[in-house]
Design a protein. Sequence first.
Lengths: 215, 69
Amino acid sequence: MSKEENVEVSEVYLFDNPENAFVEAELWDAITEKNLADWEADWIPHLFKLLKSLKQKGVVRKLWPQSRHWHWSDKVKDIEGKLSNQCFSIVCDSSTQAMLITDLARRSQLDVQKHSHLVYVDFIEVAPWNRKELIGHSPKYSGAGSILIRAAIELSKQEGFRGRLGLHSLPQANDFYENKVGMTDLGLDKNYQNLRYFEMTPEQADEFVMKGEDS
Amino acid sequence: MAKKTMTLNLTDAEMRVLDTLSEQKQMSKTLLLRQALRLYQRVEERLEAGGKLFIEDESTKEKSEIMML
């Protein structure tokens, strides 16, 4: 299935670990039927296989990937036609490698930028074969998550929000957002499933973008 | 994403508000109006779904309902 019309495509690079080289990929400013078909036909079977393997190894359920119940088709359907939600996806080797849904109708909670508009990262997930913590060895492609965070920062700048981002992190991703992305941890949010809330200032956004492809 | 251009007719008072908000938010008038449209759509959807819109006082936690026409 080809991608739909009106999808803007940008060239990005992922790191192909088995080949030990950067490879060309596409950043789409949408989640299309093709992406959802990839999720259903490729991501889900792969994820189930990995879950089965975790179960066989005796890994307790609380250590299984916390995004395993995310139903991307439903999520995309829920935001159809909504101006405040912007989606992105990354395609490489004809396959969807990561997806992101943002929300532009949220406000900042961090004191230095309180009540300012920001891009809220609603859902972000990379394909199961790109998740080192899940597969237990080097992933097929690295860098997809960082590329999507940079896309969210760019969107924030385009919309006049100066790179400000906010998100609630699943516990398994706390370290990524705090240490790799460099966001500020505002602690557990009792109003949002007790997940940690992180925010990024314009300065932190610039710093993360400057770090470049190795982030 | 492709964009379309439109002419907007505003009164002086409306233009002053747009100028003020644009300066306060450090956003261009176009970006500000696009954000306003998103928020308007979001509020309408919530109201149509049977929701109510409140403003809560941060210190007293007192809620006041906003009437949406």
